[in-house]
Design a binder for this molecule. Sequence first.
Ligand SMILES: C[S@@+](CC[C@H](N)C(=O)[O-])C[C@H]1O[C@@H](n2cnc3c(N)ncnc32)[C@H](O)[C@@H]1O
Length: 400
Amino acid sequence: MECKKVLKQDYFGDGIVKLNDKNVFVSKALKDDVIKMELTDIKANFSRARITELVSLSPEREEVKCLYYNECGGCHILHQKYFNQLEFKVRKVKEILKHQAGIDFNLTIDDIVYEDRYNYRNKVVLHDLGFYKRESNNVVKIDKCLLLNDRINDVIAILIKSSLVPKEVMIRVSNFGEMLVVINGHIDNDILDLLRKRVTVLFYNGKFITDRKFIIEKIDNYKFKISTKSFFQVNYLVMMDMYRYITSLVRKVESKKVLDLYCGTGTIGILISKYVDSVIGIEVIEEAFLDCNYNKEINGIDNISFFCAKVSDKINDFKDIDLIIVDPPRSGLDRVTIDSIMTIGAKNIIYTSCDISTFARDINILKEKYSIISIKLFDMFANTYHVECVTLLSLKDAMD
Ligand SMILES: C[S@@+](CC[C@H](N)C(=O)[O-])C[C@H]1O[C@@H](n2cnc3c(N)ncnc32)[C@H](O)[C@@H]1O
């Protein structure tokens, strides 16, 4: 096939090339690469392709230090210079907000907060001691990953010596040296013994084989219990930046009664509790909800109450709320929850999102009553196409 110049980067980090007036999405191609390609999937309106030859390189391209990158589905844009990754994410948020919510918000490179590009992840899930290939259930076996905290890579180095390969392994480290490992499937006995001595918590095929059943993480002067099934942010430094930013927004809007929806282990609610009269947290996973109450106790907080429920089932119980904080999973807010939020009519909303498409979909509805005051991006997931976004919204009536 003839040489083609890559015109643009799509929202998943792939390059876009035109062929007979149709878009071809080329995996791992960057704007201004000149490439030869092979079509891998041909559809009526578009095709997918992979690069067979890089004829000339985009100025955004850099050498990849990972041995598994060509096959592994974990990273998407490791081959892109970090500054250009940040530019890509800012542009992506701006464009998605414009196209999907009709909002033209002025975002610049100064609106994205970032920390380390490598070794930032404090959690990993391995399948058959590897990562899934992109859009596939086939696994690429790895012996380390550039994005992972070194202490996680040390555990992987031990695990891959086992002749038995466990189906799934989850490893999480706290910033203060504790480590939690959950294994489903079997590993050799000597490796199990070695691990038991190395880690804080080992949950092996449904049973704890360590005395400790949870790890502790610290955020500023607060401590947080994290259990095997609880959510916790994967990038400690960017998480700290993000929580400090959210706290600054909460102080700025001077609220009394706050809802912290999708509260995980209660982090945001607890961190902001001293700046407001009261906080109500809602979380659906029982183990995380129990962690919330434990975290409330160990931090000596008495103006926060937690409820274990689906947000949509519980939210209507609360009235006279002046600030609603939402931090939903990638699926965003469901329609019942959005309608309830609109009915409550809190003066302000802080929407924390890890998926810009569902966020834009929700903003498209919320914009009837709320205006966007500020947006800040956080590069929680460097080298992937994902980005975290914190938005402050204010009720239109209250602004008149
Ligand atoms: C992105 S995490 C945010 C957690 C927390 N705000 C934090 O910063 O650590 C989303 C949380 O929402 C919870 N969740 C998902 N769906 C839910 C629902 N329908 N109702 C309540 N909680 C839900 C998940 O278990 C998870 O803990």
